[in-house]
Design a protein around this ligand. Structure first.
Ligand SMILES: CC(C)(COP(=O)(O)OP(=O)(O)OC[C@H]1O[C@@H](n2cnc3c(N)ncnc32)[C@H](O)[C@@H]1OP(=O)(O)O)[C@@H](O)C(=O)NCCC(=O)NCCS
Length: 166
């Protein structure tokens, strides 16, 4: 389900769980996330497009669709325009629902929204050692690619780019 700002508490819960569970797979850290207040979490939702998977009312997965602003920060997803690149980011499936198709569902919903907005491609970055994520992305049609022009350098760990034609 697509979430709104008012879901900021469950978004905080699933995002901090993701950063604690898989600290090497994301471009930001749990330490940073723990400094966020309500306004920061609301801004994080407002400035991207976010979905959660829920089981018994609890978030068990998430994904975000975003674009980069001129400074390289993640920003609100606007309709496609020349030079604007749609990215799938913050992908996470909790351990108890891995291997059940949850990841494919999350990719599908973000890809459908990107396509609806007029994007012809969806990009993502994946850590070189993240074989589980790469297997999922390859299975749903992503291919390895050189980074797009607006790629911001990641100084935490080595990532590779993948792209899906929509
Ligand atoms: C990567 C991730 C999103 C995959 O979600 P998923 O819904 O389990 O995806 P899939 O069922 O398609 O499984 C993908 C791969 O994960 C592995 N996997 C499957 N079930 C698993 C389980 N129960 N436990 C651990 N790994 C499992 C397998 O290698 C599988 O590939 P295969 O089916 O070709 O063997 C999830 O493992 C995750 O959130 N990991 C931590 C955060 C992360 O890496 N995010 C991606 C950042 S780019």
């Amino acid at each position: 389900m697509r979430i709104s700002e008012d879901d900021w508490e469950s978004q905080r819960d699933i995002r901090t769980a993701a950063l604690a569970d898989a600290p090497d797979m994301f471009g930001s850290t749990l330490a940073d996330a723990l400094t966020f207040d309500e306004a920061d979490w609301r801004y994080g939702i407002r400035s991207t497009t976010c979905w959660q998977l829920r089981a018994a009312g609890m978030p068990v997965g998430m994904v975000r669709l975003s674009v980069r602003d001129a400074g390289g920060a993640w920003a609100q997803v606007l309709p496609a325009a020349p030079g604007r690149t749609a990215y799938l980011i913050s992908m996470y499936v909790a351990p108890q629902v891995r291997g059940t198709g949850a990841g494919e569902q999350l990719v599908a919903v973000a890809a459908a929204e990107a396509k609806r907005l007029g994007y012809r491609q969806l990009w993502l970055d994946v850590a070189t050692h993240n074989t589980a994520a790469a297997r999922l992305y390859e299975r749903v049609g992503f291919r390895w690619a050189e980074p797009p022009p607006d790629q911001a350098p990641d100084d935490r760990h080595c990532e590779l780019s993948m792209v899906l034609d929509l």
